[in-house]
Design a protein around this ligand. Structure first.
Ligand SMILES: [Zn+2]
Length: 389
């Protein structure tokens, strides 16, 4: 038995902090959360002093196979599988050190991330708990085609989903629109026909798998929501010239329970956002408030790996970015923990400090509900009850 004591605790839901808690951990799980004064007999004690305990962060969108260099596509294409797997391991370690105890990987090559999933399931110190999609479904020369997930036509996409089910993926990822990373693909136009999207969703749900859509643009979001996708990645309602938080699409998301996996945050010190992005920020703040008021469930992903400022381990910057985008610190912390667990299919098991949940918890210096920047000062990480790093 391990007893973790701290000045305060945010349980992943809130609204406030629990003062002076003791978290009892046994066999990798949280056995109980008790008032701090309770005597603990026969337990090893870890006292993190003035720090605040939080559930470990859950990154709903990462790419462990991308190395956050200035040429991620070239570096990935040139690497053989062993080299790539070593990079995936290093990326996982960097995430864990930043307090990310679960990641949902939404695009690798050759299902390599599933190998690391086995490794981190056996050894919590090897990296975060992993939820993975394998290579995303895409079209000929479509977004991220170089990851090897090309699938087209109704029969083709159904076969691709079946292959993923056989391989044991946790989620099916579809490049519904193009993306900036892939020369020649268009982030504002839909890559798939509606019958193909319907077939993907139908086949995935038949195999008990959730299905998530890459879509920055309102065109792709609309198509994914109406064809029955469970989650929208990015979900910024972009148009070629600005943003269009289409009320009808937002209401449909709320009605159907379609969730959003926002990809926010970057390391400080990088180049300022290009003018076409900077110009959109005020309308993004208003638009995300519209999503929130409509009751759309939103969790936080990083998209780490794709650029140097999106290094693995940059996840906490997304939490502070959420507060810049109009969320309260408590809303941002929920998006990074309990809500993220739900989107990853791990509700009831991760994302909360509560009896029966996995003992994935972290300690940060200070009070993150008063000052979200406290999340950058991670002083302890426990994964499956094991202190790591
Ligand atoms: Zn991504």
């Amino acid at each position: 038995m391990l007893a973790v004591r701290a000045r305060a605790l945010f349980d992943g839901v809130g609204p406030g902090l629990v003062e002076r808690p003791t978290v009892l951990i046994e066999h990798g799980r949280i056995a109980a959360v008790q008032p701090g004064g309770t005597p603990v007999i026969g337990a090893e004690v870890l006292d993190v002093g003035a720090a605040t305990l939080l559930p470990g962060f859950i990154d709903t969108h990462t790419h462990l196979a991308f190395d956050a260099s200035t040429d991620v596509v070239g570096r990935l294409t040139d690497a053989d599988d062993d080299t790539l797997l070593d990079r995936i391991r290093a990326a996982a370690q960097a995430s864990l050190a930043a307090g990310v105890t679960t990641v949902r990987d939404l695009g690798d090559r050759g299902y390599l991330t599933l190998r690391l999933r086995t490794e981190t399931a056996q050894d919590p110190a090897a990296g975060p708990h992993i939820v993975a999609s394998g290579p995303p479904l895409t079209t000929t020369r479509g977004h991220c085609w170089f990851l090897g997930g090309r699938a087209e036509g109704v029969d083709g996409v159904r076969a691709a989903v079946r292959e993923r089910a056989e391989r044991g993926v946790d989620v099916v990822k579809v490049m519904v629109t193009g993306g900036d990373l892939t020369p020649g693909s268009d982030p504002y136009s839909v890559q798939y026909r509606r019958d193909e999207l319907h077939a993907i969703v139908d086949e995935a749900h038949h195999h008990g798998l959730p299905v998530t859509a890459h879509a920055h643009a309102v065109t792709g979001i609309r198509e994914a929501v109406t064809t029955g996708f469970d989650t929208i990645e990015h979900c910024f309602f972009l148009t070629e010239t600005g943003v269009d938080f289409d009320r009808r699409v937002i209401e449909e998301m709320a009605r159907r329970g379609v969730t959003a996996s926002l990809t926010l945050g970057a390391l400080p010190g990088g180049p300022p956002p290009p003018p076409h992005i900077a110009r959109r920020i005020p309308s993004l703040v208003t638009g995300l408030a519209t999503l929130r008021e409509a009751g759309v469930t939103m969790a936080l992903g990083s998209d780490s790996g794709i650029f140097p400022v999106k290094a693995h381990g940059s996840y906490p910057h997304g939490i502070t970015a959420m507060t810049d985008f109009g969320f309260t610190p408590a809303q941002a912390l929920r998006a990074a923990t309990s809500t993220a667990a739900m989107i990853c299919g791990l509700g009831g098991r991760k994302g909360r400090i509560a009896a029966g949940h996995d003992a994935d918890l972290i300690a940060v210096g200070g009070d993150p509900l008063t000052n979200a920047a406290a999340v950058h000062d991670v002083v302890a990480v426990l994964r499956g009850g094991v202190r790591v790093g």
